[in-house]
Ligand binder design. Structure first.
Ligand SMILES: [Zn+2]
Length: 421
């Protein structure tokens, strides 16, 4: 007897609904009609089933801070300043409460893997990392949590931060982060990137850098994509380096943009687009013809750059919106980045699932095939792109073969009895 059976599930690549059997946390069978019995059966009734959604870039430690104090002027500098101020009051308990709330919300929206980016700096020290490592253990039944040691305040301009990054990696952080744009000079920005790569090599972990969050590259500190690509090649880290934001790419002329993107593709550097934050903070100095500030997603995809999307921040100085729903971010990206054709929508779903899985390094055990981890979502829609457009709820969320969230939600239309009133 198998553990769990999804009956009549619409799966990408199949013309008709199929049965999906799960045993011992893995998918064991996909086909027309499962012949055996199951301990638990979910009747999908032709609704779409997709692999678990992934948030490859989420600041759980800083979520929900808007309730305490919002960004005074809506700029990136305002966000960094107000968050820095609020961080001084962080306690393990307050971070655990806010982060846990958003983590659980993400799970109800179908997220089964999160790469969290807790700040590591001389203000909070390792507090954020410690809470994330604790949540990684206490919530392991719901979600796989990866922890990035993220130097939000910079490295060179904040002496002591590099030692804290080392401590975070020794304590069990999975990834070394970077925030090169916080350094005051372009030489220091490059040195910041170099130190991040040195730590990656020393600890054998992937790299995930906040490269820039700029409207253009008039400031050379915001043109580091090429340097990150060079370092990736030099350290032999193709496929293990991600850059977030890189909004400056959108400002380059066609030829320069093409060269920069080809460089990222050649080096095997992935990009995670964070449109809710980027559109909110971008274009703040424009008093007309306001720039959008979103990395050029179509160009990145066409050039073969592995590209994902994520919420980044939820309801704080960087992004006063959000509910940790990756499909909501995908729809927002569709609406703001000229991604409206059917193949664009399919690409957005892939960015939120398979491509994100590759970015966070779990591609080998992820997906909807026999042998993959049974991280699955039953959508209240016949296809994944319908779910995107409908903002469909997630009927059932499954983590390693176990049902971890359900949503009961039925809309009914009540017509007048004679149909005319
Ligand atoms: Zn971020």
């Amino acid at each position: 007897m198998t553990d769990l059976l999804l009956r009549s599930a619409q799966v990408t690549g199949r013309d008709a609904p199929v049965d999906v059997a799960v045993d011992d946390g893995r998918i064991t069978w996909i086909g027309d009609r499962f012949p055996g019995a199951a301990r638990r059966v979910v009747d999908c009734a032709g609704d779409a089933v997709i692999p678990g959604l992934i948030e490859p870039h989420l600041h759980l430690d800083k979520a929900l801070l808007d309730a305490e104090k919002p960004n005074p002027d809506g700029t990136l500098a305002g966000a960094v300043a107000v968050t820095g101020e609020l961080k001084r009051g962080f306690t393990h308990e307050s971070v655990r409460r806010r982060a846990g709330q958003v983590l659980e919300q993400a799970v109800t929206h179908g997220t089964t893997v999160i790469r969290a980016q807790p700040d590591v700096d001389t203000i909070v020290g390792l507090l954020g990392v410690e809470v994330m490592l604790e949540l990684r253990a206490t919530h392991a039944d719901l979600v796989d949590l990866q922890v990035v040691a993220f130097p939000q305040e910079g490295i060179l301009q904040r002496p002591g931060t590099e030692d804290l990054l080392v401590e975070a990696l020794r304590a069990g952080a999975d990834v070394v982060g970077g925030c090169s744009y916080m350094e005051p000079t372009v030489e220091e920005c490059r040195a910041h990137v170099d130190r991040v790569f040195a730590l990656a090599e020393r600890f054998g972990v992937p790299v995930d850098i906040h490269a820039d969050l700029a409207d253009d590259t008039s400031d050379p500190r915001f043109a580091l994509a090429g340097h990150i690509a060079d370092r990736t090649r030099a350290h032999g880290m193709a496929g293990r380096v991600t850059v977030g934001h890189v909004t400056s790419l959108a400002s380059l002329g066609a030829d320069a943009r093409k060269r920069a993107i080809a460089d990222l593709a050649d080096a095997g550097v992935a990009v995670v687009v964070l449109p809710a934050t980027d559109m909110h903070l971008g274009g703040r100095s424009d008093d007309g013809n306001v720039r959008r500030g979103i990395a050029p997603v179509r160009d990145l995809l066409d050039a073969g750059v592995r590209t994902g999307l994520s919420s980044n921040n939820v309801r704080n100085g960087f992004t006063p919106f959000g509910n940790a729903d990756v499909l909501d971010i995908a729809l927002f990206l569709a609406q703001t980045a000229h991604l409206g054709r059917p193949d664009d929508l399919a690409d957005l779903v892939r960015m939120a699932t398979e491509d994100a899985a590759a970015i966070v390094g779990i591609g080998d055990r992820y997906g909807l095939h026999v042998g993959a981890d049974a991280d699955l979502v039953v959508l209240a829609a016949p296809t994944a792109t319908d779910a995107l457009l409908d903002r469909a709820h997630r009927r059932v969320v499954i983590k390693r073969g176990r049902i971890v969230a359900t949503t009961e939600h039925t809309r009914r239309l009540h017509r007048a009895a004679d149909g005319h009133r």
